[in-house]
Design a protein around this ligand. Structure first.
Ligand SMILES: [Zn+2]
Length: 487
């Protein structure tokens, strides 16, 4: 039997994620050998019962490092804006959940959900003993990636493209053919890897409670330098000082993902993951079919630069102080998942610093992979697709607005699947109460209208946007007003 708080559990989750990546995914969309790297994220389901030992099953998986700029976003919901692995894995998880909900409503029976009786509201509730665990091969971008490091000369971005800092504190890209810089960087990373524990034990010990919810300069850590994130502070909030060394970033604030060219509107993975800890990871549409939000019980990281305190601050701590001021509807709370790190490294991730030191190594996987892989279980089957720039790989520009160019996890397809399930619930006379009002409005109600009708979810979200997650960028209403033409 696993102990959910143990290192062994973290290793089991990492191991089954890597095995799933290796054995269940084709080669399509994976990084090209020795030249590229990517990030991996997955959702692992744990099933515990009295009769049998706990079983782990990977149910959703995503890879990717890219995010498209504002100018390439679509008003039709047919392009995936954010292709960071964590976001892809979470959307793939939605497809897994949709399939199970569909099975529950259509009398086939779901592996994970019970359907309540009509008197109780016709909603799905997770079966006892089922929990979900979120794995990511790298520390999420944004606030969780800002933490002390050993050295002062080279700064390093976690999970993003590298930058270094001139003495005056301005950024410029690290030139990868710059031999002395690379050598120095290798030594710095090695120092970091080998002496991480020593480093932190020498830092001023801060009580996590003291840090929660407060925006404060990381200089209070007395570290010489920090790991950095390419994600920039949201426009209306506190801004980074960009001071040399440890004063570069402020901490505990919302950040926008970097993108190629035009700026993006996507919040960093740290911010989105923090949101899941109050709203659940199921989103507002799925909420119509569920009794309770679905929370992840643990966040597990692969072997990578990592700091427990920064992860806690970014995903839980900064919300904790403010959550007491909220009036949360029944079943909502600030969920505190366990944060653990595995000692197992993702083979297609960024190169191991020790290998970079090996002069004979041919590995120079400096480039982030352009493609993303989307994978999820759907009953006894699995589904896999590869994306580039938010659409299916291989679609020509001419055909880019055809239905088959859409990813199964883009908003439009998620909405279409939602509508299919709604129709099944109507067919079996089990429609949830919150959807009654749409019964006679057929297909003219928009994605936005259905999202807004998830009352409890929206109540919580509104409060978060006014307080704990103030300044969250909103896509303009125009961008989420689309309908679907076919189901
Ligand atoms: Zn990210």
């Amino acid at each position: 039997m696993f102990n959910y708080k143990s290192k062994e559990f973290a290793d089991e989750i990492a191991d089954c994620s890597y095995k799933n990546y290796k054995n269940c995914l084709t080669c399509k969309g994976k990084p090209r050998n020795n030249r590229e790297w990517t990030l991996l994220a997955s959702v692992v389901m744990a099933m515990e019962s009295h009769e049998s030992p706990i079983k782990l099953k990977v149910v959703a998986m995503g890879t990717g490092t890219k995010c498209i700029g504002q100018s390439k976003m679509s008003k039709e919901g047919d392009i995936l804006n954010d292709s960071h692995a964590e976001i892809i894995a979470r959307r793939a998880f939605l497809r897994f959940l949709f399939h199970e909900i569909k099975s529950a409503y259509s009398n086939n029976g779901s592996e994970i959900f019970h359907l309540q009786s009509p008197e109780d509201g016709n909603l799905c509730v997770l079966k006892p003993g089922i929990t979900f665990h979120f794995f990511t091969s790298q520390t999420p971008c944004g606030d969780a990636s800002i933490f002390p490091k050993m050295t002062t000369t080279i700064s390093d971005c976690i999970g993003e493209e590298c930058k270094r800092v001139k003495p005056n504190g301005t950024d410029y890209p690290l030139l990868l053919n710059d031999e002395p810089v690379l050598k120095k960087r290798k030594i710095d990373i090695l120092k970091y890897t080998d002496h991480l524990q020593t480093s932190f034990s020498n830092l001023e010990q801060k009580n996590i409670e003291q840090l929660t919810g407060k925006t404060q300069s990381i200089q209070s850590f007395h570290a010489e330098d920090i790991f950095r994130t390419g994600a920039k502070c949201v426009p209306k909030g506190e801004q980074d000082n960009h001071a040399p060394g440890a004063g570069y970033h402020c901490i505990g604030v919302l950040r926008i993902k970097p993108g190629r060219g035009c700026r993006t509107l996507s919040l960093s993975c740290s911010d989105k993951m923090a949101r899941w800890n109050i709203l659940g990871c199921q989103g507002s549409l799925l909420n119509h079919f569920l009794v309770k939000p679905i929370y992840f019980d643990s966040f597990i990281l692969g072997k990578c630069p990592f700091n427990q305190e920064a992860m806690y601050r970014a995903l839980i701590g900064r919300l904790k102080e403010k959550v007491g001021l909220l009036s949360l509807p029944e079943n909502y709370h600030l969920h505190e998942p366990i944060i653990l790190q595995s000692c197992l490294k993702f083979p297609d991730g960024r190169e191991d610093p020790k290998n970079l030191m090996d002069k004979n190594s041919k590995n120079e996987n400096h480039d982030p992979c352009n493609t993303s892989i989307i994978w999820y279980r759907s009953g006894n089957e699995s589904f896999e697709e590869v994306s580039v720039n938010g659409r299916r790989q291989g679609v020509t520009h001419k055909n880019s607005h055809k239905v088959y160019s859409r990813l199964s996890i883009c908003s439009k397809e998620i909405f279409a699947e939602f509508r299919r399930i709604m129709n099944i619930s109507v067919k079996f006379n089990k429609i949830p109460l919150s959807l009654y009002k749409f019964l006679n409005k057929d297909s003219h109600s928009t994605y936005h209208a259905y999202k807004m009708a998830a009352n409890n979810y929206q109540k919580v979200w509104l409060q978060l946007r006014k307080g704990a997650l103030k300044n969250w960028t909103q896509k303009s209403r125009e961008q989420i007003q689309f309908c679907i033409e076919e189901i």
